[in-house]
Write a protein that binds this ligand. Structure first.
Ligand code: AMP
Ligand code: MG
Length: 418
């Protein structure tokens, strides 16, 4: 089954809105986008990183029966009195996978190993390290609590409990839980196919022989790598020169094969900004001037029903806009949840006078004391700062004087799924 298409006005700004605050832009994306991919059923081994299309409920208790948490000796707690305890051992033992078939009489004990089912008549276990064993008897000190060292049936999960809702992205630990409660497969969304197209006459593929006025395309390999990290199917759409016809061809071809398109460059209103021009003229476009540094021009549109994120050309701005806007939006298109990166308040190791009216993201990294250092330059062509950093510091839309030691919101790259 295929979900419904996005509506033509899904990127429209409310009338009168000009400079869009970051939160407004995010809210519009959050409320207007929906999943666009079909689902499939896959076995456990292929589920890591996939997004659930149906709720998952446990089919079995975990653990399925009461069992021992230690190697030791099991008995009924009612067998115990005060002071030193001496119990005689029954013949046989209970081991993981080889339970004891009989019942242990009151006043007796049985050897039991970690993970072994508690035999009938046993509700408590004493660790073997706390016991002396001799001539078919064990001795240990009193004071053992009822149920000591025993795991109850279903103490972790009860059968029929709903573990995860649709939209949850399955992590390795979730797959362990699924296996434990008897689930061997799940219905998940097919990976979102996201095409990446670079625009600009100055661009060459890395490794080509370049004239001094040409630069190597840095955004495309970066964006393809980010998408793969996010579990999406990254499709290399190559590079389009600053030519309306070539760009149209590129977009038409892409719209046949992908679910969403990321372009970089040509998104402003300049003479050579063909992407925003062609989207305005022939697509459903809403050019958003986002009150964001680095960023600003972000063209959001539909081309033949396929959503396009027209990212800025500057690699730092393209990177930041991808993490802030494309990540949650693509996550929703992929059938997943709207993602909110996790921020940590840490003391600043820098000073800065921040202007009002736009949000700013600084390339940042934590020093040994957990203070956020900011990269020495805010130039959005300084790609090396992205590698120097291990996250971003977010400075809110209002003016702010930041002194050393003031708290700032730090987002490790990991909180963007990198
Ligand atoms: P534009 O938005 O097309 O005006 O590009 C802004 C700046 O980003 C210019 O300096 C471009 O040369 C540069 N740029 C655009 N696309 C890329 C790219 N794919 N890789 C590296 N730099 C780029
Ligand atoms: Mg350009």
């Amino acid at each position: 089954m295929q979900p419904p298409r996005l509506t033509d006005d899904c990127f429209a700004l409310p009338p009168g809105v000009n400079w869009t605050p970051v939160d407004t832009a995010l809210e519009l994306l959050r409320t207007r986008l929906t999943g666009v991919v079909a689902s499939e059923v896959l076995p456990l081994a292929q589920l890591s990183g996939r997004v659930l299309a149906q709720p998952l409920a446990a089919v079995r208790d975990n653990p399925p029966t009461a069992n021992s948490a230690v190697d030791g000796f099991g008995f009924a707690h009612a067998s115990l009195g005060t002071g030193v305890q001496v119990l005689s051992l029954v013949d046989g033992r209970s081991a993981a996978g080889t339970p004891f078939a009989g019942t242990v009489p009151l006043g007796q004990a049985i050897r039991i190993l970690t993970g072994a089912q508690l035999p009938g008549g046993v509700d408590s276990v004493v660790m073997q390290e706390d016991v002396t064993e001799q001539d078919g008897q064990i001795a240990f000190h009193g004071g053992i609590k009822p149920g000591a060292n025993a795991r109850k049936a279903g103490e972790d999960v009860i059968a029929t409990t709903v573990l995860f809702q649709p939209g949850h992205k399955l992590q390795p630990q979730d797959i362990a839980l699924m296996a434990a409660v008897g689930l061997a497969q799940a219905e998940v969304f097919k990976p979102l196919r996201v095409g990446v197209l670079s625009t600009g006459d100055e661009l060459l593929a890395a490794g080509a022989s370049a004239r001094p006025d040409q630069i190597f395309d840095a955004n495309r390999p970066m964006l393809l790598a980010i998408l793969r990290r996010w579990g999406m199917q990254a499709v290399d759409l190559g590079h389009a020169r600053d030519d309306t016809d070539l760009l149209r061809d590129g977009l038409n071809r892409a719209a046949q094969t992908v679910d969403a398109i990321l372009t970089s460059g040509g998104a402003s209103a300049g003479q050579e900004d063909h992407l925003s021009a062609i989207l305005q003229a022939e697509g459903e476009v809403h050019s958003w001037r986002i009150a964001l540094k680095p960023g600003r021009p972000l063209a959001l549109g539909l081309w033949c029903g396929v959503p396009i994120f027209g990212l800025p050309g500057n690699p730092v701005a393209a990177f930041v806009c991808t993490l802030i806007f494309a990540r949650p939006a693509l996550s929703v298109l992929a059938g997943g949840m709207w993602t909110e990166p996790q921020a940590f308040q840490v003391p600043a190791a820098f000073t800065k006078s921040k202007k009002p009216g736009r949000r700013e993201y600084l390339r940042a990294r934590l020093d040994g004391d957990g203070h956020a250092q900011a990269y020495h330059s805010e130039g959005s062509g300084r790609i090396s700062g992205l590698s120097w950093a291990d996250g971003l510091v977010e400075l809110g839309d209002d003016a702010r004087e930041i002194r050393v030691g003031d708290p700032v919101a730090y987002y490790p790259y990991g909180s963007f799924g990198l």
